[in-house]
Design a binder for this molecule. Structure first.
Ligand code: ADP
Length: 517
């Protein structure tokens, strides 16, 4: 080949001309850049380069031959690998480096350079053969990968830091909440306890963490009901909410506690840990009790004079002169009506306090359910100018229950339907027998109840905030209905959507002691 024939290069062996041409063709056909340097000449000049080397560097042969390889580094001379290369050349050793080189147009390329020393029979290094590959793309990919890794590491660091921050943040919240919180392992050893727990139960952290729950504070937590919660209830129904435990603690006295327990079911580090939140409701319960006592006393105190007033109004009605004016008659009859309304309100309040003290009595007897509903609806319809009340379906059998109480439930549901749907045309009462249950539904197309409030309307004294001003009421009707239905073994519930009306339904089981079924 030209390069070999024309150049200053000559091989020191006796290859035939044919073999020699073949080898030089092969070298020129290589896609790797190949150079040969003469180590016996000053500054180890390049004496041969193949076509791929010219292509890779952008220089042509006349610009390459005679130069030391360092011209490819331009002024990028402080690369660490240059010293490795220099030492290898000096020691006459083979080496492989990845070095930054520059093409003739100044463009950087990464050169993967294999330098191999050729020695003569005396061991003197006569030549170096350099095989070069342009690995710019690979290097770029590696650099990008590295950048990605660095970025990832940075993100992980940031994430770890932010996790730590939120852990600290959570820990500070847990320390600040006005509820006692402890974390137990699956054998009920305390893993951590917040300040409120320590303060409330007058214990210190050293005597708490690591100890078995039942051994804390001289066994003051060895409470049978708590054991029942942790051992029998929690494993089958997780989480347990609002579990009441009363206990007489040696230092702090009798406490009524509301416990929420949650066992971590996720796989991993926190599996099987038990979080126990303890709310001291002793005082709250005491206040509630006082409020109930007040209600009961107040309603009794109000009832006595009211009964007397009612008696006097009845006397007035009886003694009404025949020639009494219409105005006079209307005043007396309105007074009687208002007294009845006041009486009903007081009766409801008395019912609430009776339920609270467990004194509500159920007087069961057989009665015709459909007739009872018909009469109740008729009475309601007469008393109100609101929507028309329509009955759909029938029960068709006698029911064994407390009729006045069931009347109270239906009256209450109907009066709510009318009160909270004043503009609707119709309120429907659906009657049906479902399996061995009586089912009654009262459907209105009124203002409806949001999902959040649906959960609370059966609590006593609960009223939906926004309607308080617009509609009168004490928030006890549904509470009473619920209790009455429960006393009969049934359930009361609501299906509703805000703005789209409500359907209150209740069921009463037929199969109960004394019933026909
Ligand atoms: P009260 O009607 O005296 O407020 P209740 O216990 O009967 O007390 O009802 C509790 C609350 O439930 C009411 O204040 C009202 O917000 C809501 N509610 C009851 N019935 C209906 C209904 N049919 N439509 C919309 N809201 C209702």
């Amino acid at each position: 080949m030209d390069n070999f024939n024309n150049g200053a290069f000559s091989l020191n062996h006796q290859d035939t001309k044919k073999d020699f041409d073949l080898i030089s063709k092969a070298i020129d056909a290589s896609i790797s850049g190949i150079i040969i340097t003469d180590n016996l000449q000053p500054d180890n000049p390049i004496i041969y380069c193949n076509a791929a080397f010219e292509k890779m560097t952008g220089y042509v042969r006349p610009e390459i031959i005679g130069h030391n390889c360092r011209f490819l580094q331009k002024d990028d001379r402080n690369q660490e690998v240059r010293f490795i290369l220099r030492d290898a050349v000096r020691a006459g050793q083979d080496c492989c480096v990845e070095i930054r080189n520059y093409r003739k147009n100044g463009e950087l390329f990464w050169n993967e350079l294999y330098m191999s020393a050729i020695k003569d029979e005396h061991g003197t290094v006569t030549h170096f053969i350099g095989v070069q590959n342009d690995i710019t793309l690979r290097k770029k990919a590696e650099q990008e990968l590295k950048m990605q890794q660095d970025l990832m590491e940075k993100r992980i660091e940031e994430r770890t830091q932010s996790l730590k921050d939120s852990e600290d943040y959570l820990a500070s919240i847990i320390q600040t909440v006005r509820e006692s919180l402890i974390v137990l392992d699956h054998k009920f050893h305390v893993l951590s306890a917040n300040d409120h727990f320590l303060r409330t139960f007058k214990v210190n952290i050293a005597d708490t963490v690591g100890k078995h729950l039942y051994e804390l504070g001289n066994g003051q937590w060895d409470i049978p009901k708590l054991k029942e919660l942790l051992v029998s209830i929690l494993p089958t129904s997780n989480p347990v909410e609002n579990f009441e435990v009363e206990h007489d603690f040696p230092y702090i006295g009798k406490k009524l506690m509301l416990l929420n327990a949650y066992r971590v079911e996720l796989q991993g580090h926190y599996k099987d840990r038990i979080l126990l939140a303890i709310e001291d409701i002793t005082e709250r319960r005491e206040i509630e009790r006082r409020k109930d006592d007040f209600l009961s006393i107040a309603s009794h105190e109000l009832k006595t004079p009211l009964t007397t007033i009612k008696g006097y109004v009845q006397v007035l009605e009886r003694l009404m002169p025949e020639n009494a004016s219409d105005k006079y008659r209307s005043v007396v009859s309105k007074t009687a009506n208002y007294i009845d309304r006041l009486n009903n309100l007081i009766a409801e309040l008395l019912d609430v306090s009776r339920i609270q003290t467990g004194n509500i009595e159920v007087h069961r007897a057989y009665f015709d359910f459909d007739k009872m509903v018909g009469e109740t609806v008729e009475a309601m319809q007469l008393a109100s100018v609101g929507p028309k009340i329509v009955i759909r379906g029938k029960i068709g059998i006698a029911y064994y229950g407390d009729e006045p109480h069931i009347v109270q439930v239906i009256t209450n549901l109907l009066s709510n339907a009318i009160k909270y749907a004043p503009d609707s045309e119709e309120v429907v009462v659906y009657l049906s027998l479902v399996s061995d249950y009586i089912k009654v539904s009262v459907m209105d197309s009124g203002m409806g109840i949001s999902y959040e409030n649906q959960k609370r309307i059966f609590e006593r004294f609960f009223r939906v905030g926004e309607i308080q001003q617009r509609f009168p009421g004490m928030g006890i009707g549904l509470y009473l209905c619920d209790q009455i239905v429960k006393n009969h073994g049934g359930t009361l519930w609501v299906d509703s959507e805000k703005g789209k009306g409500s359907t209150f339904s209740f069921t009463l089981p037929l199969k109960q002691k004394g019933n026909d079924e």
